[in-house]
Design a protein around this ligand. Sequence first.
Ligand code: TMP
Length: 222
Amino acid sequence: MPRGLFITLEGLDGSGKTTQIKRLAQWLEKHGHAVVQVRQPGGTATGDRIRAILLDSRSAPLAPITEMALMFADRAQAIAEVIQPALDAGRIVLCDRFTDSTEAYQGGGREIGSAAVLDLHRLICGNLQPDLTLLLLPGLEVSLARARRRNERVEAKSGADEGRFEAEQDAFYRRVWQKYRAIAAREPERVVLIEGDLTIDEVYEQIVEAVSERLVTSEQSA
Ligand code: TMP
């Protein structure tokens, strides 16, 4: 059986990934594809517990290296439990964040650098690479405002505190933003950059176009 397709969505907090991933999953299923959705951090029972530690403001101060190690622990579990079995079964895996997030947030934002992240990815994740990465980068100010509003809503609704990252200063997010752009420039084949302040529908159209192209290529090579 041919390996499935591994698609990741990336972007700053508040870039609209969650909305887009839901629509993309529906579109793929409508076209007859078996889809598995997973998010990072989280996506497995163990991963959800790691996510709670990582995102809760009460975990501050968390050493950057601890934060990176927890991201990789979560990812290793998701690969073992969900991602690799689904790819082996020929499914399309849609992953909300993957190692590009660690490179952007811990490598860039926390200034650990790319090399350590990429080394750990080789060691812990067997260097598993997405076939396609959709990188949503609306304007920085727009993203930050959305992320902060969303966090207030989550807290008001469920009492869950997921605000540790959103509490970061703009300089942190600027570094994350720059690292994301550097990743896109380094790997233009894999990473499709969807930038600017587009409407939800405009972003969705670009996503469907990129995914359709990749589906054709993978069917031709199967
Ligand atoms: P999200 O589920 O809303 O995207 O939030 C996850 C947060 O965790 C977001 O602020 C980005 C951050 N994060 C990292 O810093 N490094 C990582 O490797 C991942 C997967 C997420």
